[in-house]
Design a protein around this ligand. Structure first.
Ligand code: DQA
Length: 149
């Protein structure tokens, strides 16, 4: 079986394109998903894409998919800075996780500088807009391949 990745978009990312354009630009979530699907085809991997505004639904999805996927690409959005529950979930499922952010979370308000969730991630890519996701997917897939899948 080939490599399968769960892509998780957290709260308010469904509003991309309309939301705080000065920070996030005009790219929509659909644009991001299309670019990710193209990149996944290039890399020869399969994606499952999920967005929710609800912390518990995100946790339920990760738990439900944990045996089906080889890794997780996640933008936890606002939950990045608050969610011990999501941190515990990511830690608990024991899958490689790459965290991505459109904006550079270190160049914004103080409260965004700390990522709780990144503590159990393989790595974090932040500040490159849509490219954060594409770079994150590449890094995750090459990690999984290096580990022998
Ligand atoms: C974000 C950064 C977070 O601080 C913010 O709450 C978001 C988006 C990003 O992709 O830049 O919703 O995760």
């Amino acid at each position: 079986m080939g490599i399968k990745i769960l892509v998780v978009h957290g709260p308010n990312l469904s509003l991309l394109g309309e939301r705080e354009r000065d920070v996030y630009g005009t790219v929509s979530l659909e644009d991001i998903n299309s670019a990710l699907i193209r990149k996944a085809e290039e890399l020869g991997v399969e994606l499952i894409v999920f967005q929710s505004n609800h912390e518990g639904q995100i946790i339920d999805e990760i738990i439900a998919r944990r045996k089906e996927v080889d890794g997780i690409l996640i933008n936890p959005a606002g939950l990045t800075h608050t969610s011990v529950a999501l941190l515990d979930c990511i830690r608990g499922v024991n899958l490689p996780v790459v965290e991505v952010h459109l904006s550079n979370i270190h160049a914004r308000e103080e409260f965004r500088r700390k990522s709780i969730t990144a503590q159990s991630a393989l790595g974090l890519i932040s500040g490159f807009g849509l490219d954060s996701y594409l770079l994150g997917l590449e890094a995750l897939v090459s990690h999984i391949r290096r580990e022998g899948k």
